[in-house]
Design a binder for this molecule. Structure first.
Ligand code: PEP
Ligand code: MG
Length: 317
């Protein structure tokens, strides 16, 4: 059993020496502990909603600080904890945050838009994260950024709180989950420290198909070449500014996708806990030069099913 634990903790390096960080998505501190045992090299996405959705009143700064600190202390020294600021709105209501009903919740007040509209909640969360930063490698991840202005406004709030707490800067990344953000990646990468691609939302917005729709959701596939082109554009934009790109959407844990995502230039995959070991094993069997060739080819195809066929033909020989 001990040998298995050590094996799963080893890095995911392709046969030709290209290392991909494999982290986990977590929605509680219990999951952070499970992720570490499962071989995760950090938490690529802490969905902080869990702190806010489970209670009748907002968790205060102190409570949030304790949870983030506890998560950091559960990780190995140096392993990153990427905390996504509160991502609610539209379809995910909060009892203590009255939001007007909307005709198009997914196109309305969501994610960072709520944070900027109700800055007290966002400031409080940023303060809790900044205070916890003394206890480990905490990173801030902003949800639903759709333009540079939102990033700048958020960084201003953060800088004010940082100065008042007198702590060192914390890396600030953005979710790339809106097509405009992917298209403007070269511009955003100048001012964000890293990108994490949220393929669940990026695919729904690119294909204009509601991810929860009973008829449409089954047709949604993040390996659609339209989405792959946006992932490529995101990686190309980030590279100009030497920033790294991860994926925290569901496709990061899809065994057929790993080669393509790596080939497109992604260097971190944040996956659900049960598939950490599998994703690492898949990467260890890949050849980076072959991944790049496959990615190039996938970008010329016309549908997700063609992309999946390409992957089946390449790996089930
Ligand atoms: C995503 O959109 O891909 C993502 C990781 O965020 P969530 O699923 O929490 O919206
Ligand atoms: Mg999302």
């Amino acid at each position: 059993h001990q040998a298995n634990l050590e094996q799963v903790a080893l890095p995911a390096t392709t046969r030709d020496g290209h290392t991909i960080a494999v982290a986990a998505n977590a929605g509680s501190t219990a999951e952070v502990a499970k992720a570490v045992t499962g071989g995760a090299e950090g938490i690529g996405l802490l969905r902080s909603e869990f702190l806010f959705l489970q209670c009748a009143t907002a968790p205060d700064e102190e409570e949030q600080y304790r949870i983030y600190r506890q998560a950091l202390e559960t990780l190995q020294p140096g392993q990153p904890l990427i905390v996504r600021t509160l991502d609610v709105g539209g379809d995910k209501p909060l009892p203590y945050l009255p939001l007007p009903a909307e005709d198009n919740p997914f196109l309305g007040q969501r994610g960072i838009r709520i944070g900027l509209d109700k800055p007290m909640l966002l400031r409080q969360q940023l303060r809790a994260i900044l205070r916890a930063s003394k206890h480990g490698a905490i990173h801030i991840l902003l949800p639903m950024i759709s333009n540079l202005h939102e990033l700048r406004l958020t960084k201003e709030l953060l800088e004010q709180e940082r100065q008042s707490l007198n702590v060192a800067p914390v890396p600030v990344g953005i979710m790339i989950e809106v097509p405009s953000a992917a298209l403007m990646a070269d511009v955003l990468a100048a001012e964000a420290d890293f990108f994490s691609i949220g393929t669940n939302d990026l695919t729904q917005y690119t294909l204009a198909m509601d991810r929860g729709h009973p008829k449409l959701a089954p047709l949604i596939d993040a390996l659609d070449p339209a989405v792959l082109r946006l992932i490529k554009q995101t990686c190309d934009g980030a590279r100009i500014h030497n920033k790294w790109v991860g994926i925290c959407g569901g496709v990061a844990g899809d065994p057929q996708a790993a080669a393509l995502l790596v080939g497109l230039g992604v260097t971190e995959l944040s996956v659900s806990i049960p598939v950490i070991a599998d994703v690492k094993a898949i990467i260890r069997n890949l050849d980076f030069s072959e991944c790049r060739r496959l990615a190039e080819q996938a970008l010329t195809l016309s549908s997700a099913s063609e992309v999946r066929q390409l992957m089946t033909n390449s790996f089930n020989k």
